[in-house]
Design a protein around this ligand. Structure first.
Ligand code: PEP
Ligand code: MG
Length: 342
């Protein structure tokens, strides 16, 4: 079994009927990099940058960030690296960072407070430093060429916890201003600026995905927070854990709505929550139109095995059946029974 999964590493992630499905890795700490190479990931679909800000009293400066991103981009040797700017707040402890940026009021309900892009737009110096570091790394990567002759380091930037198009517009303004400043200083930048995408991880963002799509260059659907906010179930609250269910039809309908908004504009869209790493959910996600999944590296071989066993037509038919259901229990049964009843 182990040997079979290892062999999968070199096989393409492609369905029986020839549809390519991009399988990327989520990265939380650089120590996971060797695992990502081992798993045969096609790049990083979600680089969580919170690790840079943890366990320290000051803030990492631009140079420290450049070093960290460079390590990841070089390890990926030309494959796509999607760097998500700081998503602090919510269940991610706020206290430690507060020491570096001054008093911080987490509010009565941190998950609904100053978190993700909201916090970064309140503290634009954080966002500026992060954009600058990413652009410098992208500039260096663009100058290098890998053995295959492909430009090294296709870098993308992802904004967490977006709820309105205005947040993407404001972030882009800052992004472009940082780019102009670096260019004036003679810092080499890539010819094409890295794409700026939005996480779709709140019901508001999902239902307004058509408007947000006009401002963002790509979507990454974060089903962890999407399920939490849709179902009003805290990710970290054991008492209600039984209600935390990404297969709840409300969550699936939001995923479907956001996916279709992106596909209409031919905009890249991926799913990067835990859901994406569950092989049993792959038929449904492909059936909804998703062709890119980002997950824990260790999940990639089994997900790829599933992808390689599927036909898109079957997935689409299956997704239509699932989306007619209103009871999460029934959906669970359908998902577990996929492929068993023809
Ligand atoms: C998500 O919310 O689904 C997600 C991928 O982001 P995180 O788990 O880092 O909140
Ligand atoms: Mg999230």
């Amino acid at each position: 079994e182990k040997a079979r999964l290892a062999k999968l590493r070199r096989l393409p992630s492609i369905t029986q009927d020839g549809e390519e499905v991009e399988l990327q890795a989520n990265l939380e700490i650089p120590a996971e990099l060797p695992l990502i190479a081992q798993a045969g990931a096609q790049g990083i679909g979600l680089l969580r940058t919170e690790f840079l800000f943890m366990n320290r009293e000051d803030l990492p400066d631009e140079d420290a960030q450049v070093a960290a991103y460079t390590q990841v981009v070089e390890a990926m040797a030309g494959d796509c690296v999607t760097i998500r700017v700081l998503d602090w707040g919510g269940e991610k402890d706020m206290e430690a960072l507060a020491e570096g940026i001054g008093p911080f009021h987490a509010g009565p309900n941190p998950a609904l407070g100053l978190r993700g892009i909201r916090m970064l737009l309140k503290k634009p110096e954080l966002l500026e430093a992060q954009f600058a570091a990413i652009l410098r790394v992208a500039g260096t990567a663009a100058q290098q060429v890998t053995g295959q002759g492909a430009p090294a380091g296709q870098i993308r930037i992802l904004l967490p916890m977006v709820t309105v198009p205005e947040e993407v517009r404001q972030a882009r303004e800052i992004y472009e201003r940082v780019g102009r400043r670096l260019r004036r200083k003679g810092v080499p930048l890539p010819e094409k600026m890295p794409l700026l995408g939005a996480m779709i991880e709140t019901p508001g963002a999902a239902l307004a995905a058509d408007a947000i799509a006009l401002e963002a260059d790509f979507f990454a659907i974060g089903t962890n927070d999407l399920a939490m906010y849709t179902l009003a179930v805290d990710r970290a609250e054991a008492e209600v854990a039984h209600l935390y269910d990404p297969l709840h039809p409300a969550v699936l309908r939001l995923v479907q709505f956001a996916t279709e908004a992106a596909l209409r504009l031919r905009m890249p869209v991926s799913v990067c929550g835990e859901m994406a790493g569950n092989p049993r959910l792959v038929p449904l996600l492909l059936g909804l139109g998703i062709r890119a999944l980002s997950m824990n590296a260790s999940a990639i071989p089994r997900v790829k095995q599933m992808v390689r066993s599927l036909k898109i037509d079957d997935c689409a038919r299956f997704a239509r059946r699932v989306m007619e259901q209103g009871d999460p229990k029934r959906i669970q049964e359908l998902v577990m029974g996929f492929g068993q009843d023809g």
